[in-house]
Design a protein around this ligand. Structure first.
Ligand code: TXA
Ligand code: MG
Length: 362
């Protein structure tokens, strides 16, 4: 299959929008940008088309897909019930990097929900993609457009690396602003549970709910409490070829620790993912130094691109500096811990990472 690439810079470019919509309507696969990462879209009501997503990604069949819609009111065609507080939250916050899990209607094929009786629904904050969804007139099932096990794609070039020749069309709108995937919140029970942290954090959800839980597995990858509520949590994800270590704590402590570890790693090609502005201390002891960004928002936006670049640079080992602060700490930790397969070095024993993420966090 030959993959076509089009750039759409304006949601009023109706010719290009119609072209992408036509591919979806005839059961094809279209990579679409969102504010988080690029998604690999197909008509969510067409089981055949959705099967092709799993084949193109090499994705396990028990991992459900998120259904993307353009307007909140469309949600009632696909889910049985939206609890009033969840409705208030989604109406107020969306379009946003927020996926709500609800009990699904029968029109959503089992292949989308991977046999679960729930479905994740999201309204992406990307006007071009919403225009494509509206023009197609169908909801769009879309996982991240990476091969399974690779970091999520945040540019059309990443999609090309993973999907060229496997899908019909790539819509390029430039790099994704948020850079890490949406917050997934299970709204189908009494108390909402954050299953995957993202840019929308507990603080933004708090005004709408008396209580919010955070699933322990978001941060404690070895946690074995109860059944896995989000199948995606079982799988190794965002895994670069290099052995990644997260070095977490204050700027001074993490900097000293990374320099010490790098000096001990003779004979290996060393990468450092820096968060601090001044990376001079790192340049003398590593082969490849990338700067993720000072704030965790910037760090998140660059994270997946830089993980791919460490692979291109053939780094054997990567030390990723993490100076946690604010609402994005949970989301960035979750992605880094997974990339690092749980190799975490905490430089300050008195500030355990779990502190603010215990189940039942309000
Ligand atoms: O930002 C995003 O969410 C991106 C863009 C493209 O929208 N999409 C994305 O999709 O990250 P994916 O398939 O790579 O990740 C979806 C996650 C998986 O961990 C999956 O297990 C979980 O959401 N999920 C989907 N439906 C679910 C459901 N009904 N119950 C529990 N977890 C669900
Ligand atoms: Mg994914």
């Amino acid at each position: 299959m030959k993959t076509e690439y089009i750039t759409i810079t304006d949601e009023r470019d109706s010719e290009s929008i119609q072209k992408a919509a036509a591919v979806l309507k005839r059961g094809g696969l279209v990579a679409l940008p969102t504010e988080t990462v690029y998604g690999l879209g197909a008509n969510a009501l067409d089981a055949q088309a959705v099967h092709k997503i799993f084949a193109a990604k090499g994705r396990p069949a028990d991992n459900p897909l998120i259904v993307h819609i353009a307007d909140f009111d469309d949600i009632y065609s696909y889910v049985e019930e939206v609890p009033p507080r969840a409705e208030a939250a989604m109406r107020a916050l969306c379009p946003a990097p927020l996926t709500g899990i609800f009990r699904k209607k029968a029109c959503i094929p089992d292949v989308v929900s991977a046999g679960l009786d729930t479905v994740g629904v999201r309204i992406p904050d990307q006007a071009v993609t919403r225009a494509v969804i509206r023009a197609a007139g169908v909801p769009v099932a879309a996982p991240s457009a990476n091969r399974s096990g690779k970091p999520s794609p945040t540019t059309a070039a990443h999609v090309k690396e993973d999907m060229d020749g496997r899908i019909d069309l790539v819509v390029d709108c430039g790099p994704c602003a948020v850079g890490i995937e949406s917050t997934v919140v299970d709204f189908s029970g009494e108390v909402p549970v954050i299953l995957r942290p993202g840019r929308i954090g507990p603080a933004e959800l708090k005004p709408f709910f008396p209580r919010i839980e955070v699933d322990r597995r978001t941060i404690d990858l070895s946690s074995a409490q109860g059944p896995v509520r989000s199948p995606g949590m079982k799988y190794k994800h965002y895994a670069p070829d290099a052995e990644v270590y997260v070095v977490e704590g204050s700027e001074e402590a993490t900097c000293a620790k990374i320099v010490e570890l790098a000096r001990k790693s003779h004979g290996r090609r060393i990468g450092i993912l820096a968060q601090q502005e001044d990376g001079r201390a790192f340049e003398t002891c590593a082969d490849v130094v990338f700067h993720g960004g000072r704030t965790l928002e910037e760090y998140a936006a660059h994270l997946f691109d830089l993980l791919r670049r460490f692979d291109e640079e053939k780094a054997d080992v990567v030390f990723a500096q993490l100076i946690p602060a604010g609402d994005m700490a949970l989301a960035v930790r979750n992605r880094l811990y997974r990339a690092a397969a749980n190799r975490i070095i905490r430089t300050e024993e008195d500030r355990p990472a779990m502190e603010e993420t215990k189940e039942g966090t309000q």
